[in-house]
Ligand binder design. Sequence first.
Ligand code: BEZ
Length: 230
Amino acid sequence: MCDSLSTGAMVLLGDVFPNFEADSTEGPVKFHDWLGDSWGILFSHPADFTPVCTTELGAAAQLAPEFAKRGVRMMAVSCDGVNSHKDWIKDIEAYNSLGAGRFPYPIIADEERHLAVQLGMLDPNERTADGLCLTARAVFVVGPDKKLKLSILYPATTGRNFHEILRVIDSLQLTAQKKVATPVNWKAGDKCMVLPSISEDDAKKLFPAGVEVIPVPSGKKYLRTTPQPQ
Ligand code: BEZ
C-alpha cells in the first residue's frame, strides 16, 4: 500500500519548499502565504490520538514562546481530519497542562496523505489497521526566502527532542548571518568555528573579538574558533 505512495519527490536543502494548500485547525492554509517573511517549522505526526505524538505536540506547544522569540512560525501535520484534530487538541492540552483553548499553532489535516507523499514522509514500517502507511516524524525548517534550511526524519516509534530543534534553529539563524559554523554540542553563546573558506586576513577583519587557531599535529590552521558574533 505504501510502495505506490512512497515516490514523492524529496525536498532537498536549498529547494523552494512546496507552496502546498491544505485545511487546518485554523482554517485553509497556503504555505508561502502562511510563512510570510518569517522562518517556519513544519513537523509531521503519524496519526491523532497516539501517545508519542501527544507528548511531542504538547512539548512543542510549551516551547511556542521560544519559537516566537526566534521569529519561527509553527505548524504540525497529521494524517487525520480537522474535526479529529480539534478533538485531539483537547487531550493534548489536558495531558500537557496547557490550559483549555491555549493550543498555539495549526495542525494540517492530511487524511488523504497528499502532503505525506509529496514530502516523502511515509514510514513503511508503521501502518494503520487498514494497512495504510503512517507518516514518519519529519521536521522541515524553512527560511524567510521559502527555501528548505533543514530536514530530519525519524521513524514513527521515536519521539523528537524539541530543545534540540531550537538549538538547531539558533545555529541556522546564526550561520545565515555570519561566516561561522557551530561545532559539536554547540549552544547559543558558545564559541563558533571560523569557516574554512575564510582567509586569515579576512578572519581578523570579520571577527574583531578574536580568532584562536588551535594547534594540531598536522600543522594545518583549520581549527579556528571565535566568540559567537553578535
Ligand atoms: C505514537 O505517537 O505513539 C505512535 C504512532 C504511530 C506508531 C508508533 C507510535
